[in-house]
Every structure is written in C-alpha cells, then in structure tokens.
Design a protein around this ligand. Structure first.
Ligand code: GDP
Ligand code: IMO
Ligand code: MG
Length: 430
C-alpha cells in the first residue's frame, strides 16, 4: 500500500517534476497537495518539453490518475488552459480528479497579490503574483470559496459578496484601485465550473480507497521546505505547507499511511524571489551556475539566484520531512569547476551554527563555512551507473550523503528521464 511523499529540500526548482516523471510508471496516483500555479515543473520526455504549473507532473504518465487535492488553490482559467494545452499535444487527461474541498483563486486575489507587493516596496516577498497568498489567507479567515461552491449559485454569490465587501474597501481605500463587481467575479467562476464538474469528487475518499486496494500513491509537493509557511524562511515563504506533513492535511490521507519520503536536493542551491540565502554567489561562479543550469524561472522567467550546496539546509530538510531517500539533481551542472565548495555550517557574528538557526535575524547574518571538494572535468551526462562517474563526482555525492545523514537513491545527470543514475529503488522495493 505504498504512499510516498516527494518534497523539495531547498527553495524550489530542485527537479521535482523530473523525479515524479521518473517514478510515474510505478505509480497509480500522483497527488498535488499544496500550492497552485505558483509552481513550475519542467519535464523533458524525449524531444518533448512540458511546463506544468497547476497540474501534477504525473499527468504525463500514461495510466496514472492525477489528483488536485484539497490543499491546493485552483485558478480555474489556468486549469482549463493547462488541460487544453496537454490535450492538444495528445496527452490523456481524462482521469484528472479535483477535490470538492480545494479552494478557488478568485480574480480579485490575483489583483491583491500584485498590489500588496507593490505597496510593500523594498519589503516585498517577490511572489509569483498568482493570488496564492491572499487565497490561503481567505481560507484561514474562513471567507474562501471552494470548488464545491461553484455548483450552488446562490451560495457562491453570497460568498463572493461577503468577500468583496471587505476586499473592495482594501482595493479602493488603501490601494487606490477600482472596486471589483460581484457579477464579473461570478461570470469568471461560472464560466469554467461546468467544464470541471465531471472531475470534482471526494479525493480523500478516493485516495484512501486506492491505498486500501494496495495501489501506489505519490504525493508531489509544490515549492519546497524553505518556502514552507511554518518551516521555511518566514516571511519569505509561500503560504502553504510544502513539507511532508502537508501531504496529509492537504489530501486527507493519514500520517500512519505514509511509507517513504523522497527529498529532492539540487547539487547546488537556487532561490527565486526575496529572502536570505547564505551561499548565494553574486560573482562569476553564480553566473556559471545560472548559465550551465539554465536557472531561469519556469513560471515567471525570472533569473534564479544561485549559490553552492548547503548541507545545513539539507540536514534540516531531512529532519522536518523525515526523508528516507534523497535524489541529488543536476550534478552535471557542476562539471568543469576546479573545486566545489559545500557549506557545512554557518558563522553568525563569530558563533558557529551546525544546524539552522531558529532566529530569523541569525539566519539573515549567517555566513557559510565551506568545505572545499575537488571538481571534475569529464562530461557525466552519459553516465548511467555510479561507477561510471569520475572519482571526484562520486566523492562529492558520498560527502553530501554523509553530511546530510540520508541515503542518496538517485543522481540526476541531465534533464531527460533516462539521464538518471539509480542507486536504490525509491518506491522501497529493494
Ligand atoms: P521543480 O519545480 O522542482 O519541478 O523544478 P523545475 O522544473 O522548476 O526546475 C528544474 C529544471 O532542471 C528543469 O528545467 C529540469 O528539466 C531540469 N533538470 C532536472 N533534473 C536535471 C538534471 O539532473 N540535470 C540537468 N542538467 N537538468 C535537470
Ligand atoms: P516549484 O514548485 C521557486 C516563491 C516565490 C516567492 C515566494 C512566495 O516550481 O519549486 P507565492 O507566489 O507562492 O506567494 O510566492 O515563493 N515560489 C517559488 N520559488 N519554485 C517554486 O515552485 C515557487 N513557488 C513559489 O518566488 O519568493
Ligand atoms: Mg519549479
């Protein structure tokens, strides 16, 4: 009855989409349990390249049932657009299920996300502007709109009216924007409602029944550990739980049913948006990583901030997620460097921290303490076994494994599905 959770171990864009795709054929359900179209997963299958935002990456695996669970916030227009774009490319999306309890991103929350950021000025978060934060805030404030509300027009109208009563005050009086009409919101929401109605169901029941039948369910996190609203670098985070615990609350599957947690750790670090980043490189090494790793956002096209690997973060991710298997991605990007530094601890104004400081300002002042490992020059994109890797690349992976205290099960050496070195079966069959 394996239930497996897959999470990002850093600040996102670790290569979760590729890892999900790699597991795809062994999995019956792939579940997105948090976030929304702030995520951007690039999956390369042969000559085809797919960019997914709201749909789980498992939608590309034939036979696998993709699920948008209750913890997700759904932009209905984006959902329809993504479905149509995949259908046009011959992908079967007929099995897609959407939770009746998932929240909908109403148009006014996209506006509020952007104007709030503008208002914050230099204190902005650098959000994706998709309305994610305001929609989760509505959920917690108990004024959100759920997918099931779309099918009762009078309830929907009441909820939109109640929400706009305060939202319009904010928009007009604080942000100097025009008020949003109830009718225009109703029109946008209802335009898409019928189209998705056949997909709407009790996904928690469906997933638990699938596990009862002995089927394999993969929970694919959007974002990552350090963007988690509880465990990340708050306030520079997203507004959902992107760590493994979020898979349970975000889907209605209990923690007792989860067997394995796969952590995706890029061989170096990137971050999009604002917030602290101890190993960030503002020099030619940062540019080298950005160019070699094509580190430009899938969702917003923003250049990603780049830096060396940080195992303090890796250990932290291991701990808060209970990671059983680590996937090291993009090892190929480090090829050609004389030396590869790894951050093993922080120096905070003269005090050494071996673990993530709990205090936000300590983390802002953290300076990396590096251990320097020798680099390699051989092209590794064709390697398919650990032994084929150059000795220094092997040593780099083994050192990360040792420092993070978790076994490495897969190593990525290129964007394509088969550009992977499998050391252990991530589904726990070995
Ligand atoms: P996600 O948000 O975690 O799914 O990651 P993204 O898709 O945003 O970013 C990861 C990028 O790296 C994508 O363009 C992938 O195609 C690519 N990628 C994934 N694994 C590897 C790898 O091992 N090597 C290289 N060179 N690229 C990879
Ligand atoms: P994937 O799933 C990287 C970042 C944004 C911003 C912060 C809050 O592709 O790894 P939000 O719009 O969520 O309120 O923005 O979170 N962010 C991501 N960074 N990868 C992502 O997703 C991200 N999703 C959100 O850049 O700093
Ligand atoms: Mg991404």
């Amino acid at each position: 009855m394996p239930a497996i959770v897959l999470v990002g171990a850093q600040w996102g864009d670790e290569g979760k989409g590729k890892a999900t795709d790699l597991l795809g054929s062994g999995v019956d359900y792939v579940v997105k349990f948090n976030g929304g179209n702030n995520a951007g997963h690039t999956v390369v299958i042969g000559s085809e390249k797919y960019a997914l935002h709201l749909l789980p990456s498992g939608i590309l695996s034939p036979g696998c049932t993709p699920v948008i669970a209750n913890g997700v916030v759904v932009d209905l227009g984006v959902l329809i657009e993504e479905i149509d774009a995949l259908v046009a490319r011959g992908v079967d999306v007929s099995k897609l299920l959407v939770s009746a309890n998932a929240h909908v991103i109403p148009p006014y929350n996209r506006v509020l996300d952007r104007v709030t950021e503008r208002f914050l000025g230099s204190r902005k978060i650098g959000t994706t502007g998709r309305g994610i934060g305001p929609t989760y805030a509505d959920k917690m404030n108990r004024v959100g709109i759920r997918v099931q509300d779309l099918y009762d027009e009078s309830i929907l109208r009441q909820k939109v009216e109640a929400s706009l009563a305060t939202k319009n005050q904010l928009l007009v009086k604080i942000y100097n924007r025009r008020a949003v009409e109830v009718d225009e919101v109703m029109e946008e929401l209802l335009r898409h409602a019928e189209r998705i109605r056949p997909m709407v169901t009790d996904t928690a029941l469906e997933l638990n029944e699938a596990l009862d039948r002995g089927e394999t369910v993969l929970f694919e996190a959007g974002q990552a550990t350090l963007l988690d609203v509880d465990h990340g670098t708050y306030p520079f985070v997203t507004s959902s739980n992107a760590t493994s615990g979020g898979a349970c609350t975000g889907s209605g599957v209990a923690p007792t049913r989860v067997d394995r947690v796969i952590g995706i750790f890029k061989a170096y670090t990137t971050r999009v948006g604002e917030g602290p980043f101890p190993t960030e490189l503002l020099d030619e090494h940062g540019q080298f990583l950005r160019d070699a790793g094509h580190e430009y956002g899938t969702t917003t096209g923003r250049p990603r901030r780049c830096g060396w690997a940080d195992v303090v973060i890796g250990r932290y991710a291991q701990r808060v997620n209970g990671i059983t298997d680590m996937v090291i991605t993009k090892l190929d990007v480090l090829t050609g460097l004389d030396a590869v530094p790894v951050c093993v601890a922080y120096d905070v104004q003269g005090t050494r921290f071996d673990e993530m400081p709990v205090n936000q300002s300590d983390f802002h002042h953290a300076r990396p303490v590096y251990e320097e490992l020798p680099g390699w020059t051989e092209d590794i994109t064709g390697c398919r076994s650990f032994e084929e890797l150059p000795a220094n690349a092997q040593a780099y992976v083994r050192r990360l494994e040792e420092l993070m205290g978790t076994r490495v099960s897969v190593i990525g050496v290129g964007p394509e599905r088969d550009q992977s070195i499998i050391l252990h079966d991530m589904l726990g069959r070995d």
